[in-house]
Ligand binder design. Structure first.
Ligand code: NAD
Length: 357
């Protein structure tokens, strides 16, 4: 099969890690008999330098015309003094909104080979864990009415959480579909003992669950979920939650895996065209030195194959290759821990993964 993939390398290590992911995807395409046509577009600081804007129209048009989008990272000290609406990071909100993306998928997987990087005790880690957080991305308290006003106790600030039936329904369906692609287990996290939006959230999730009898569905309050993730992460597979709760839970679970250089993410909308990117930023401190860990970007490429292009076997092959390389003890500097030996460079780690593929 043939697919068109837009590449947004961005700034800092974005360039190095996207190049690595492209090499891995090309190897995968060759092995499984596909053709991937890659076209690169500017975004972030490099786009500001080229065009004066962090998100040029050409980039938006190119992404809209592609089957899916693979992003590196944006930003760096060179652009830190710009006003907020002209900063590289502004392009991220812009491209997500231009592509109509409202679902954020953040897997947090602890590889058994990297257990020493986790702050959790050995008996809790067991043989590693693998959680997928499905976070609503464009609604809730981060987008509701806000401001300042005079209240009974003087000047006060307020933020409002609003969720429509449509917004909850579409994120719910995305989560049930994600659960169907994994181990058919879904936990919806809310605060339905206090918040009206959560009561509506829970009602709609229950309704959708009737359409997915194969999925083992549960509800949990956010305060309990935050505690249960550190107490026994194995009880979770897919978690679906609102924008703010998802923001907190995804960072908490990311921290439990110990390395930011390994975590991919996906943002999806109503169509199959999604945006795939690592959780980390542009790492200006190591940019241009061939030291970056390419695994988060490579795994973002694997998610892209699974969720946008319907190539599950191919995605498995990339994920298994990463597993094999980590189990064999190969490490980039960020995941060396107390291990002896010389860390692999970004290109050497990519070579190892390609070799196994
Ligand atoms: P960062 O994630 O870029 O870096 C934090 C630390 O993690 C650094 O020490 C870095 O070297 C290390 N690190 C990150 N990714 C790594 C990798 N793949 N391999 C090895 N080490 C890695 O976060 P920051 O330093 O807070 O931000 C740097 C810039 O990135 C800022 O301009 C910020 O606005 C931007 N940023 C962009 C995104 C994005 O594009 N989605 C996300 C977060 C931050």
């Amino acid at each position: 099969m043939e697919f068109n993939i837009a590449l947004l390398k961005g700034d800092g290590i974005g360039v190095e890690i996207v190049d690595s992911a492209v090499r891995v995807l090309e190897k995968t395409a060759g092995k499984f008999g596909h053709t991937f046509n890659f076209t690169a577009y500017p975004i972030g600081g490099c786009a500001i330098n080229e065009t004066g804007m962090p998100l040029p129209q050409e980039t938006i048009d190119g992404c809209l015309a592609a089957d899916c989008v693979l992003l590196g990272a944006v930003g760096g000290p060179e652009w830190d003094s710009l006003p907020s609406e002209r900063r590289p990071e502004k392009a991220l909100l812009g491209i997500r909104s231009a592509l109509g993306l409202y679902t954020n998928l953040r897997p947090a997987r602890l590889y058994s080979a990297l257990r020493s990087a986790s702050p959790l005790k050995d008996e809790i880690i067991g043989d590693g864990f693998d959680i997928l957080i499905v976070r609503e991305l464009t609604g809730g308290i981060y987008f509701g009415e806000r401001g300042y006003r005079e209240g009974k106790m003087g000047r006060e600030a307020y933020d409002t959480e609003v969720y429509s039936t449509t917004e909850i329904d579409r994120i719910g369906r995305a989560a049930f579909e994600a659960a169907m692609k994994r181990s058919k287990k879904l936990c919806s996290v809310d605060k339905a003992n206090v918040l009206e939006t959560s009561i509506l959230w829970r009602t709609i999730m229950h309704k959708i669950s009737e359409e997915y009898p194969e999925v083992e569905y549960t509800d949990m309050y956010i305060d309990n979920a935050a505690m249960q993730i550190v107490r026994d992460p194995h009880q979770f597979d897919v978690i679906v939650t609102s924008n703010m709760f998802g923001d907190i839970l995804s960072d908490e679970s990311a921290q439990l895996t110990g390395s930011i250089g390994l975590l991919p993410s996906a943002s999806l909308g109503a169509s199959k065209r999604g945006l795939y990117e690592p959780v980390h930023g542009s790492a200006p401190d190591i940019a241009g030195q061939n030291k970056a860990d390419p695994i988060a970007e490579i795994l973002s490429g694997a998610m892209m194959l699974r969720y946008s292009l319907g190539l599950a076997k191919e995605a498995d092959a990339i994920e298994n290759a990463v597993d094999t390389v980590l189990n064999a003890g190969w490490r980039t500097a960020d995941i060396m821990g107390n291990t002896d030996g010389k860390p692999l460079s970004c290109t050497e780690m990519t070579d190892k993964i390609i070799e196994v593929l």
